[in-house]
Design a protein around this ligand. Structure first.
Ligand SMILES: Cc1cc2nc3c(=O)[nH]c(=O)nc-3n(C[C@H](O)[C@H](O)[C@H](O)COP(=O)(O)OP(=O)(O)OC[C@H]3O[C@@H](n4cnc5c(N)ncnc54)[C@H](O)[C@@H]3O)c2cc1C
Length: 411
């Protein structure tokens, strides 16, 4: 096999996590060969602006790129775009590329993210039905945005709601259909769900909760959404934001454990000693969850990439980063830290509906998570307190004027 068919490290997936891992390896002094293989036609870019400034036309595609195109070659990283891995032979330490060629590796870092979960109903493949994951997805959607036209967004999670906000700003009539009884049900508490419901309604979005989609209708092109209760909503475009499926099939076929993502340990190692997993596709033991979970956030992609690079450099350091996330909708920035799981108390600092305010999640008086609405000060202070698992003086926590760090107790 000629030398260019072998790399000391192959990184599968040229997204946020893959790009960071390649950079961290070089920063850590790794001198071997690195290939960064991504199936998209462009180099690594940021996804968060896709449903925010890029959709809204406030940012160009060039400004989404994580690095200038020449960066990768300068660092001796062989970036191959338009390069899809279709198979992994773990015993031979070899990947198969679409087209049938092979590359062998010393170590493989799996960083393939996820793909939008398709709607399990008829009409999901009609023209005018859009997902929100890639630059190409947004370009396809933008081409169909027209003031006054009707968009139906299926899924009231962050991506659906951010898209709703931008499309309203572009003059579209927007309906959001959410199957659960509240928005953002998977990720936050009822008060925050209520805040976002009111926010979107005040901007003229028609939010329908407990709305079960039966089918998308139309001949060739979507013209409507039929609900299980028999109602049919007219639609010029439909946007589906109902979560992602981790891209791990080649690893599962190679015999690796992939229960909703590839299973990794605290060092991002899979059950195969030559394969690591990071980012949206990695199911990992999370100390803040107290169990194995997958996280879909930039912070997690970057932190796990750094951990994997350290593992490959022989500097074992377990993943223990505090999860955090943000979302921008209209003039609201929500910042969350920690995981709102297993709390016994929810406290609201300020008034829901009147930003700024924060929602604190406590377990045994310890701060485990926070959602901050236009409240960066609480967010910054809470991050440190959650990471240190500090208890709070809950009698003073409701006073928004008192700093959170001033009410942290010495255990
Ligand atoms: C619209 C949108 C808005 C978001 N907003 C936020 C936000 O505000 N804050 C936040 O923290 N997070 C946000 N996220 C989530 C964040 O972008 C992801 O968590 C992050 O991109 C994950 O990085 P990753 O490298 O694991 O996956 P990705 O960035 O998805 O990269 C994986 C790459 O692997 C490629 N790939 C897949 N399979 C193969 C294969 N077989 N062979 C080769 N290449 C392959 C994919 O094409 C992709 O380019 C948002 C995501 C989206 C889609």
């Amino acid at each position: 096999m000629p030398p260019s068919d072998h790399y000391d490290i192959i990184i599968a997936g040229a997204g946020q996590a893959g790009a960071q891992c390649a950079q961290s390896l070089r920063q850590g002094g790794f001198a071997g060969t690195i290939a960064l293989l991504g199936e998209e036609p462009v180099g690594p870019y940021e996804r968060p602006p896709l449903s925010k400034d890029y959709l809204g036309g406030k940012r160009d595609a060039d400004r989404l790129l994580l690095r200038k195109p020449e960066f990768w070659a300068e660092k001796g990283i062989d970036l191959r775009t338009g390069c899809r891995i279709t198979g992994v032979d773990a015993a031979a330490r070899r990947v198969t590329l679409a087209g049938g060629s092979h590359l062998s590796y010393g170590h493989l870092v799996w960083a393939t993210g996820g793909r939008p979960r398709p709607l399990p109903c008829s009409g999901a493949d009609l023209r005018g039905v859009h997902a929100i994951r890639t630059i190409a997805d947004i370009d396809g959607l933008k081409a169909e945005v027209a003031p006054g036209a009707r968009a139906v967004i299926i899924g009231g999670g962050y991506i659906g709601l951010e898209t709703a906000a931008v499309l309203r700003g572009m003059g579209m009539a927007v309906t959001v259909l959410e199957a659960q009884g509240r928005l953002l049900a998977r990720v936050t508490s009822p008060p925050v769900s209520q805040f976002f419901l009111k926010l979107h309604q005040s901007h003229g979005v028609d939010v329908q909760l407990c709305a079960q989609v039966e089918a998308l209708t139309g001949q060739g092109r979507v013209t409507g959404v039929r609900l299980v209760d028999g109602r049919e909503l007219p639609a010029d475009i439909v946007i589906v934001g109902v979560g992602i499926i981790p891209n791990v099939e080649p690893l599962a076929a190679a015999g690796l454990a992939c229960p909703n993502g590839v299973q990794v340990d605290a060092f991002c190692r899979t059950s195969d000693p030559h394969i690591l997993g990071i980012g949206d596709c990695a199911r990992h033991p999370n100390p803040f969850a107290g169990s194995d979970i997958r996280l879909e956030s930039v912070q997690n992609a970057i932190d796990q990439a750094k951990v994997a690079a350290d593992t490959l450099l022989g500097r074992d350091r377990p993943y223990a980063a505090l999860p955090w996330f943000w979302s921008d909708q209209y003039d609201v920035k929500m910042q969350s830290a920690g995981l709102a799981l297993g709390q016994d108390t929810i406290m609201i600092r300020g008034e829901v509906g009147q930003a700024p305010f924060s929602v604190l999640y406590l377990r045994d008086s310890r701060l485990v998570a926070i959602d901050c609405i236009n409240n960066p000060k609480d967010f910054m202070q809470a991050k440190a307190l959650i990471a240190a698992r500090r208890r709070l003086d809950t009698r003073r926590a409701l006073d928004r004027e008192t700093d959170l760090r001033a009410i942290a107790l010495e255990d």
